[in-house]
Design a binder for this molecule. Structure first.
Ligand SMILES: N[C@@H](CCC(=O)N[C@@H](CS)C(=O)NCC(=O)O)C(=O)O
Length: 206
């Protein structure tokens, strides 16, 4: 059984969507990051970085339990465990990892900064808003050009790169983006949003 430690954020939902897509049974543990649950000593044993999401798989490699942090690493782990959503071809695998890293290194951190400075900052910081909104729009341009050339981020197949990116784009209202201005992203977004497993995973932790 897999134990999922999560909260209702894009990084958390990447993992619940993947677990639903793979049909893996899992128990949800709510880590309320607003109340500081992520810093509880027991939780830091699982995720030394004090963030969500994390998993503990009682049936890990070599039959021994494994605890994992970092959503991108967790997606790679679950893809390896199930043989799903990471192409078998060498080229397909590396292109998928390329776009997964693009999400982990750019889309997540930059959209997260936009959310912070538009919604949570204690003082309005126009310089930061301008900087991160500009970068967010540039990244939407990169995604839109890519998705104008191929149906999914890694090519023809739906992969963990899409699983990772979708929950961030799903917050388009938070970062004040009109998806109609990025029509290829919108086509991709609507396709993925219609998947039943995505609907279920996006509702976690409920
Ligand atoms: N690179 C990490 C980022 C995790 C992350 O930033 N999680 C946020 C929620 S989306 C969190 O736990 N924030 C609580 C905090 O910073 O104290 C991953 O992808 O797992």
């Amino acid at each position: 059984m897999i134990e999922l430690y999560t909260w209702g954020t894009p990084n958390g939902r990447k993992v619940s969507v993947m677990l639903e897509e793979c049909g893996l049974p899992y128990n949800v543990h709510r880590i309320d990051i607003g109340k500081g649950d992520q810093f509880a000593p027991d939780y830091l044993e699982i995720n030394p970085n004090g963030k969500i999401p994390s998993i503990v798989d009682s049936d890990g490699p070599d039959g021994a339990p494994i605890a994992m942090m970092e959503s991108g690493a967790i997606l790679i782990y679950l893809a390896g465990k199930t043989g799903r959503f990471l192409p078998a071809s060498t080229r397909g695998k590396y292109v998928t990892l390329e776009w997964l890293m693009f999400q982990m290194g750019h889309v997540g951190p930059m959209y997260g900064q936009v959310h912070h400075f538009l919604r949570s900052a204690k003082v309005e910081v126009p310089y930061a808003i301008e900087r991160y909104v500009k970068e967010k729009d540039r990244l939407y341009g990169v995604l839109d050009r890519r998705l104008g050339a191929v149906p999914f981020l890694a090519g023809d197949e739906y992969t963990i790169a899409d699983v990772a990116t979708f929950p961030w784009v799903a917050r388009y209202e938070w970062h004040k983006t009109d998806l109609a201005t990025f029509p290829n992203v919108k086509r991709w977004f609507d396709t993925i949003a219609a998947r039943p497993a995505v609907r279920r995973g996006m509702a976690v932790p409920g």
